[in-house]
Write a protein that binds this ligand. Structure first.
Ligand code: ZN
Ligand code: ZN
Length: 180
């Protein structure tokens, strides 16, 4: 859990607090998958007491294991994302009752003396994921017939490309199998 104690900020002892921690995560859960996290998650930055809110600015560095959409190979995807989040304390009943307003202003809540950065870090990493996962920009993919990974070798399948219109014609002309 990525948590920061902000009691020193609240007492006015100092109005800025730096943090730098590193954690081991086993995976990042997204809406569609559990992606293995293959490097420590390092979260660095500072919290500033702005008077109205606690402003968190920082960066997250880690690496995930993704699966290539073309060749299905697992590959390491290094990530570096920036965080900028504003937290308001969850003690004001008026604020607690207006979650929509909080969301509209991009404010997050914290309780007591602790800011839990975990949800913000997870969201920032999830947003930074590529729409299409490719092991290399020019991944050559798999043979649709035998599954050979073209990045590693060619296969013995015929490589002729058949025009789909001709393929239909070919079907009509060739004798159908299994019919007598
Ligand atoms: Zn690939
Ligand atoms: Zn093949």
């Amino acid at each position: 859990m990525v948590k920061i104690g902000v009691s020193s900020l609240k007492t006015g002892f100092s109005d800025e607090l730096e943090f730098d921690f590193q954690e081991k995560w086993s995976y990042l859960g997204t809406a569609s998958a559990k992606l293995p996290v293959v490097a420590p998650v390092r979260v660095q930055g500072k919290v500033t007491n702005t008077g109205k809110s606690m402003l968190v600015e920082g960066k997250v560095v880690t690496a995930l294991q993704l699966t290539c959409d073309r060749c299905l190979a697992a590959y390491k995807f290094p990530l570096k994302v920036y965080l900028q989040e504003e937290y308001v304390v969850n003690s004001d009943p008026a604020q607690a009752g207006s979650r929509d307003e909080l969301e509209a202003e991009n404010l997050r809540l914290y309780k007591g003396e602790i800011i839990d950065l975990q949800p913000a870090v997870e969201e920032a990493l999830t947003i930074a994921l590529p729409m299409k996962s490719l092991c290399h920009e020019d991944c050559r993919g798999l043979c649709p017939r035998c599954g050979q990974n073209f990045n590693e070798a060619q296969c013995q399948c015929e490589t002729e490309t058949v025009d789909p219109r001709l393929a239909v014609l070919g079907k009509l002309l060739s004798p159908k199998e299994g019919e007598s």
